[in-house]
Design a protein around this ligand. Sequence first.
Ligand code: BG6
Length: 477
Amino acid sequence: MSDKQFPEGFLFGGATAANQLEGAYNEGGRGLANVDVSPVGEDRIKIITGQLKHFDFDDEHFYPAKEAIDFYHRYKEDIALFAEMGFKTFRMSIGWSRIFPKGDELEPNEEGLAFYEDVFKECRKYDIEPLVTITHFDIPMHLVTEYGGWRNRKMLEFYERLCRTLFTRYKGLVNYWLTFNEINMILHAPFMGAGLYFEEGENETQVKYQAAHHELVASAIATKLAHEIDPENKVGCMLAAGQYYPNTAHPRDYWAAMQEDRENYFFIDVQARGYYPNYAKKKWEREGIELDITEEDLALLRDYTVDFVSFSYYSSRVASGDPEVTEKTAGNIFASLKNPYLDASEWGWQIDPLGLRITLNAIWDRYQKPMFIVENGLGAVDTPDENGYVEDDYRIDYLRQHIKTMRDAITEDGVELLGYTTWGPIDLVSAGTGEMKKRYGFIYVDRDNAGKGTLKRSKKKSFDWYKKVIATNGAEL
Ligand code: BG6
């Protein structure tokens, strides 16, 4: 038992995304989305990065999002389990194509709206605060094929309509909103992040930054609307975070790390401070990137900054200015140089609890806005016994160490943190690989990479551990 305390009202919980758990991809009037047509297996990475044009299902691949873990039909059971763990908050996302099946309709699909209303009410029944990502790697396929995804300015209008619909319908039910999941992923997984694919010979960097500009303006419009419709609403941005370390004390390595950090912080610099940083304008100038940015866009960015800064954290990263240093290790979509001081998960993601404290401090120092850790966790292979029970001490260890350094950041460093949601509190489909085998949950789901299994839920050892963490507000880890 520690006498270091998390603040009262700290929001412990878990985080998910529609396409990774709902399934029912063609029920309730839902339209097809980019995430549906991304299969498990080798081709996935080429598809989500926009290198392989793959816009529909075929017989050669398995598409895990079609059924996922069937939360669509089992949400009551799942939310009851979250409530049993004592969740204060549940992060989930809206499947855009449930609300606007094609994306460009004028009227929403009532069945989709009713589904999420029921889910939010179910959360409220247990005093669980919904934390809702408006788009989590999710865009109706029609907007990809007809408009080219976020490269197109028309997306502002469609997204605004989506936001207005959600804020109006869920007024009083939802107060915490995130505009775009891991907005910096647009640079690394542009089909998944923004429905982008590239034609041969096109300037990909230019397209990505144009799409980023559209998302940034859309995010500002969402913040404006959210506050207008309900002053209780709080809107956050969301970054795939993880501070870069220099590979050595050589100044050129420090410089390289700074450049890499800027590539990520660029998005949050705009969303939290309200203007494009000079380093970005200089980069565009140097690289001949010309963006369509209007005065009205700039005014929106300036006037409607976010209320809080949220982020995912799985690992720190390493950069070097020495072209000879190249040994990479896997990470959350984009690889980093290997850090010899750290262990790694079975998927090669390096494990760095202190890096979370470092990242929290870096973000706090930069923005001075309340923060929210909305993803953190260990993807691992679990071996259940005949009852579906898993002795996942490795997961408990990972989370315990991260929660400790997060507590230090609050109690020793004074950062302001609203809450912490672990990624995938119930096993779900991996975004990066499409696998089920890569599990993050406190709750085991009987389903494999090929879609076999009963979908039965069972508690792992970590279930009771996290329950105790929440019950003691983080005093007992
Ligand atoms: C984040 C995403 O990138 O990391 C989640 O927001 C994702 O959607 C999570 O699932 C973990 O990554 P993966 O590839 O292990 O599922």
